[in-house]
Design a protein around this ligand. Sequence first.
Ligand SMILES: [Zn+2]
Length: 508
Amino acid sequence: MKPAMWYLIMIVVGFFYVYLTAVQYIRGQEANQPPTSYQPHYDPQYYDENLISSSNTLDFEYHNYAKMTDFVRSMSATYPNLTALYSIGKSVQGRELWVMVVSASPYEHIVGQPNVKYVANMHGNEAVGREMLLHLIEYLTKSYTTDDYVRWLLDNTRIHIMPSMNPDGFEVAKEGVCRGGQGRYNARGFDLNRNFPDYFKQNNKRNQAETEAVKQWVSKIQFVLSANLHGGALVASYPFDNSPNTTLDWSQLLHILNTTQGKDGREEVDYRSVFQQFTSTPSLTPDEDVFRHIAGVYSFNHASMHLGLPCKPGAHSFSNGTTNGAAWYPLTGGMQDYNYVWHGCMDVTIELSCCKYPTADQLPKFWADNKKALVRYLAEVHRGVRGFVKDEQGRPVEGASIKIRGRDVGFQTTKYGEYWRVLLPGRYTIEVYAGGFDPREEDFTVVETNPTLLNLTLYRAADRHEAQRRPSYVGGPNQQQGAAPQSGISGFLSSISSQISNVFSIFG
Ligand SMILES: [Zn+2]
């Protein structure tokens, strides 16, 4: 090779090195900024009478950031006794991440009442969920006085609704575009549903403003049940999204190559998705029965999701319209696994539409298809067990670690000593641990018709060593990302890392 050619190659390589270093530096600057502190404040414009809605019905159009902001503000002005508007932080480009509480007690947490949430549009070009949640806000508030079921739900539940987790992405997405990635990512080009700490694998993606805001949010409010709304398929997909290992089954290869359809909006056939699907096996949580049930509650209350029809001939079809996330294909850094493992919140990813951003004239049909499912899903928080953990003097014990025996994903009591767990009918044993107290366990029964109320009193440990026997297990806000549980975890998670999973993590 001629020397001139070598010089040219070195110049090109050098240019790319400088370019990549600069990109990493800029992103690093962003990531190294201290997280915005969590200061939930209700929107002050709630007091503005001019915002009281003059029109009676939300239109079936797409609402950009300005219109969405107008709508949620007008709702909080029009329905001050049923709604409260707050922001959990700002997007990269400074847009508020609005959350609307819909409840009979919107400004005040009623002790013992569970919190639930919906998050939509974390992929900015998956737009149907965003509009569904705006319509849900309107439906719940307007139906409170006329619909017994809605009134019961709002009287007994605190519902937090975030129509858009990625408002920056939505602003650059294009209506009518069913595929592709324009608007999917946040303003710094990150996929927010790959940006959370991961239980199974180290996630090295730079922490983004939107992700950080959600992490702060869910660490302050004990959400019991939630869903995040996406587009690109029609299915309710439940944890785990990621997998401790991957199993090579060469017999699947031909089938996958023939039927590859991207998960979560990635229809584009590339080798990454082929490899990921190729290695897919179910990655089941110890709450498989509950997740399968609540995902089914959505799909069977949806007009057609439960039919499990493929979005196009040859595409993936899902029995009953539900699937385990990793069985579809594994991903690292997803939000639902984070909600579940870190905070004990039962979170499901719901894919609402085969087309990510269908034209607005289809929105009335989407609303008709999803309305009942959106309402009924939230009511599932009212099954299982709930109660308070208190000491001998009747004072609440905050941060007590709880698990249901055989379900080694733990959760914690709130500052009021409250706890909740969604469970199907059956016999269970609850185990409670708190520093300085004797561990406690109690048998209980869950029935179909109403949640079991079970209050637990903890007694101060007589011998200091007793308190030190507190076991550790998965869950709780202090769980480190990528950290394998040290003890008290059943075998299903024992093979956390394998050479194969490390190889495939580069595709994450
Ligand atoms: Zn998505």
